[in-house]
Design a protein around this ligand. Structure first.
Ligand SMILES: NC(=O)c1ccc[n+]([C@@H]2O[C@H](COP(=O)([O-])OP(=O)(O)OC[C@H]3O[C@@H](n4cnc5c(N)ncnc54)[C@H](OP(=O)(O)O)[C@@H]3O)[C@@H](O)[C@H]2O)c1
Length: 262
């Protein structure tokens, strides 16, 4: 487990994503957004192997919280939970909450209450939104005691403020960010990503309408680009499992050198 300095004001944040060999993280935007079991071959948006999926659950198990953007939770029937009972037991044995907490980010607040993640009450969910988004979605979730809706800005979400809130109010010390590309972009540009777990799958999707790890605005020049170094690599059945850490990390967040058994 990584330890944070006493002066830390935000959680330590890892990004976990899978991509094709040509850098795509999902199928074309025209692809129907359905969740298909891996055993049936999966949709173009769920192309990682069983090993990759287990790695995702293992990473979640070591974290206090999981965070996703609105489009990601709407793209498949995901619940953002630890996945398997053994990971809940693993957490309990280490004195962690049995289930990780969940954070969904949406400026608009135009969320679908029927999305799977909102239906399951195994752990608290924070909907991080704007003032207008809050007034839009608060009525949708008022019957669900496990869902908290909070505004972190007028028209845009102040991500730094959100991170400080998570750290101080929910006690989140370690969090995994699971996309998608647009939320990741805001997080990278706010220099809030400390580490990246990246799976490269042996597929080429091609095309130019697919999501990538970091879409949105991006950095405008080489100097401002976020810089990482590869600290772990492992290859299995054609997939590459990589781990990167930020080169110029936040001094409050010492290098996280714990080796996950990938
Ligand atoms: N391969 C992988 O590992 C992986 C992982 C995750 C997702 N994906 C794929 O990625 C795709 C979704 O990615 P995406 O980039 O389209 O969407 P996304 O990042 O999941 O969600 C975008 C939405 O999140 C909210 N948002 C993001 N950044 C925000 C910010 N800074 N402030 C306020 N709100 C913010 C906005 O919601 P509002 O519009 O409501 O304001 C925005 O429209 C899906 O196809 C999914 O399958 C792949």
């Amino acid at each position: 487990m990584s330890s944070l300095s006493k002066n830390s004001t935000r959680p330590w944040i890892a990004l976990n994503m899978a991509m094709t060999a040509d850098g795509k993280t999902s199928g074309p935007q025209t692809e129907p957004k359905v969740s298909t079991p891996l055993s049936e071959g999966g949709s173009m948006s769920s192309f990682g192997s069983r090993r990759d999926q287990l790695r995702l659950f293992k990473i979640r198990a070591s974290m206090d919280a999981v965070m996703c953007g609105r489009k990601t939770i709407e793209s498949a029937a995901i619940d953002m939970g630890p996945g398997l009972p053994r990971f809940c037991r693993w957490r309990k044995a280490r004195g962690m909450e049995e289930y990780n907490r969940r954070i969904v980010v949406s400026a608009s607040g135009e969320l679908n209450p029927a999305s799977r993640v909102f239906e399951l009450d195994f752990s608290p969910i924070l909907i991080a939104t704007t003032r207008r988004g809050k007034s839009r979605c608060l009525p949708l979730f008022k019957e669900r005691s496990w869902i908290k809706v909070m505004s972190f800005g007028e028209k845009e979400i102040d991500l730094q403020k959100l991170m400080i809130w998570l750290h101080h109010r929910w006690g989140i010390q370690r969090m995994v960010l699971e996309g998608g590309g647009r939320l990741n972009d805001s997080m990278f540009r706010s220099h809030l990503v400390d580490e990246i777990f990246l799976t490269i799958c042996p597929l080429i999707y091609g095309g130019n309408s697919h999501s990538t790890i970091c879409d949105g605005l991006g950095f405008q020049n080489l100097q401002s680009a976020d810089s990482f170094q590869c600290i772990e690599r492992c290859f299995a059945k054609g997939e590459a499992f990589l781990r990167f850490q930020r080169v110029q990390g936040d001094p409050d967040h010492p290098r996280h050198a714990e080796a996950l058994d990938t």
